[in-house]
Write a protein that binds this ligand. Structure first.
Ligand SMILES: [Zn+2]
Ligand SMILES: [Zn+2]
Length: 247
């Protein structure tokens, strides 16, 4: 640490916060891009694409905070107030990133600062090589992976609608654990997943986001998944030669 501040305390804090958002958005972009090259969390991310749901703002925030806590104290190497700014900024960014991710999946129209909610479009078209940003489309534009698609934004009351998104662990957390985190490789053909996806599709918001299942609906899905899992396999069709025409 060189001292209390490099410029003035206020300027150091502002620069620390700005630096945290700069680094945070870059990590978000490249982290996601590396997932698609299968170098980082490849299977988990593949499962995330198959299911198309996010885990709730709280759990997602916790994932990002762990990264923020490890790297942001680097700011203290510059100055004390720079460090304070970097830690504060990285915690704020962790929240913005978690919220942006959840909104992308549930209420993309609320991402008013993006002309096209880039992560929502990335999932809607199951894109593998473009639109890697979540909280911002800036780095997609810089690294030329921005692919515009038509998007019709719904006019929603921001605060009222924000209340309706999933903040804590959702009712379908069991599925999240079973399929997204722990399953080494899921197949879209698995009957349980098919039933789950059917139920999710039925819970689509008008603006294209997917809402988590409420507990009673989850119970119905589990029952349906179990029925499909234990049902006998469909009979193999046998081709019977047509009888010779009667003389
Ligand atoms: Zn992706
Ligand atoms: Zn996502």
């Amino acid at each position: 640490m060189l001292g209390w501040s490099l410029f003035t305390p206020v300027l150091d804090v502002v620069l620390g916060v700005a630096g945290a958002f700069f680094v945070g958005t870059l990590v978000e972009y490249w982290g996601h891009r590396l997932m698609h090259s299968k170098l980082v969390k490849g299977v988990i991310h593949e499962n995330h694409h198959l299911l198309g749901i996010a885990q709730g703002v709280g759990p997602e925030f916790w994932v990002y905070v762990k990264g923020a806590v490890v790297f942001s104290p680097v700011g203290f190497l510059v100055s004390f107030w720079g460090g304070v700014g970097a830690v504060t900024g990285s915690l704020a960014f962790a929240f913005v990133a978690a919220l942006s991710h959840q909104l992308s999946h549930e209420r993309p129209s609320l991402l008013w600062w993006q002309p096209m909610p880039v992560h929502h479009i990335h999932h809607r078209y199951n894109e593998q090589t473009v639109n890697f940003g979540i909280s911002t489309d800036l780095w997609d534009r810089v690294f030329r992976t921005y692919r515009p698609r038509p998007y019709e934004r719904e006019q929603l009351p921001f605060v009222a609608t924000l209340r309706t998104i999933t903040w804590a662990m959702p009712a379908d957390a069991q599925y999240w654990d079973d399929y997204v985190r722990e399953t080494p490789a899921i197949s879209a053909k698995a009957p349980e997943l098919k039933a789950f996806r059917r139920a999710l599709t039925a819970r689509r918001h008008p603006d294209g986001g997917v809402k988590h299942l409420a507990a009673p609906q989850l119970a119905a899905v589990l029952a349906e998944a179990e029925r499909l899992r234990t049902a006998p396999p469909p009979p193999v069709p046998v081709s019977i030669p047509a009888p010779p025409p009667a003389a």
